[in-house]
Design a protein around this ligand. Structure first.
Ligand code: DGL
Length: 282
C-alpha cells in the first residue's frame, strides 16, 4: 500500500474499464450505479474485436500491450477487465506487471448458476474462447460438480450485440440460432439457469427472454463485479462520499481510431460517455 492509499482520498477515483467492444458497458453501467461521481475511461479494443477467436498467447500479449499504453497515459486507480474472454487468461500477467494496481476481472458466473438451479441442468453461454478455457473447466469442477453443464461457445452473439448497439436490426432467427443450444431436456429435467459468460450478452437480455423456449434464470455477473470494484475502491481509501458535487469526466477510447457513427454516439451518450478520445491501434 502506498502513502496515498493509507489515508482517505479527497478526489474521486479514476477507473479504466476495458473490453474488446461495447459489452463492457454492461459492467460499466453497474459500477456507475455504485460510484456515480467517479472518473471513467472506457476502452473498447474494436481493432481487435472479436476476442472469441484469438489464440491465447496472442491475446494475452495484445491486452498487456494495450494496458501498458492506457496505464501510462491515464494512471487509473483501478482497471476492470470487463471481458470474460480476456479475463480468463490475462489477469495473472496484468497483476504481475502492475502489482500495485487493483484489477477486477469478469469470469463465467458458474458458481451462482450452480447455486441457483433447481433442476441441476445449467448452461454457460460464452465466446468460443471462453468456453474452451481451462479456467472455465476448473470453475465447473470446483462449483458445478453436482450439475449437468452445457458449454455453448457462440461465434456470432457478440457481433450481433455490437450491431444492436450501433442501432442496426438484429433478426430474431439469428438470436434464436445462437441461444437454442443452451436449452436442454434430460430425463424429465430441463435447463433452468444460464450463465451469461460474455459481457456483450446482457445487452440482448430482453431479446433472450422474449425468444427463450421456456423461462430460465439468465445470470449476469455485472452487479457482483460492481460490488467487488466498489469494495476494492473503499479499501484503497475511496469512500462512497468522496466527491465533488458533479460527476467527473466519462470518456471512451476506440483502439481503431474510428469515430463512432451517429447512432453509436447516441447510445454512448445514454451511458454518459460524451467525450470520445481516439487512440492508435496496438
Ligand atoms: N465481451 C467479451 C467477453 O466478455 C467478448 C466479446 C468478443 O470479443 O468476442 O467475453
Amino acid at each position: 500500500m502506498g502513502a496515498e492509499d493509507s489515508r482517505r482520498m479527497t478526489r474521486p477515483p479514476k477507473l479504466l474499464i476495458f473490453d474488446s467492444g461495447l459489452g463492457g458497458l454492461t459492467v460499466f453501467s453497474e459500477i456507475v450505479k455504485l460510484r456515480p461521481l467517479a472518473e471513467y475511461l472506457y476502452c473498447a479494443d474494436d481493432a481487435g474485436f472479436p476476442y472469441g477467436s484469438w489464440k491465447e498467447p496472442a491475446l494475452v500479449s495484445r491486452v498487456v500491450k494495450l494496458m501498458e499504453g492506457l496505464i501510462a497515459d491515464h494512471a487509473p486507480d483501478m482497471a476492470v477487465i470487463a471481458c470474460n474472454t480476456a479475463s480468463t487468461i490475462v489477469l495473472p500477467d496484468l497483476r504481475l506487471h502492475w502489482p500495485n494496481l487493483p484489477f477486477v476481472g469478469t469470469v463465467p458466473a458458474i458458481k451462482p448458476a450452480a447455486e441457483r438451479t433447481q433442476s441441476k441442468v445449467i448452461s454457460v453461454l460464452g465466446t468460443p474462447g471462453t468456453v474452451a478455457r481451462d479456467y472455465t473447466q476448473n470453475l465447473i469442477a470446483q462449483f458445478a460438480g453436482h450439475c449437468s453443464v452445457t458449454l455453448v461457445g457462440s461465434k456470432r452473439l457478440a457481433s450481433l450485440a455490437e450491431s444492436y448497439m450501433h442501432g442496426e436490426r438484429v433478426s430474431d432467427a439469428d438470436i434464436v440460432a445462437e441461444i437454442a443450444p443452451c436449452f436442454k431436456e434430460e430425463g424429465g429435467r430441463r435447463t433452468d439457469a444460464i450463465a451469461l459468460a460474455c459481457t456483450h450478452y446482457p445487452l440482448l437480455i430482453n431479446e433472450f427472454k422474449r425468444l427463450a423456449p421456456w423461462p430460465v434464470e439468465w445470470i449476469d455477473p455485472a452487479p457482483a463485479i460492481a460490488r467487488r470494484a466498489d469494495q476494492l475502491l473503499a479499501e484503497r481509501g475511496f469512500g462512497p462520499d468522496v466527491s465533488g458535487d458533479r460527476p467527473a469526466s466519462r470518456s471512451a477510447i476506440f483502439t481503431s481510431g474510428a469515430c463512432p457513427p451517429a447512432p453509436l454516439a447516441t447510445t454512448l451518450a445514454r451511458y454518459g460517455l460524451e467525450r470520445t478520445v481516439f487512440a492508435p491501434t496496438a
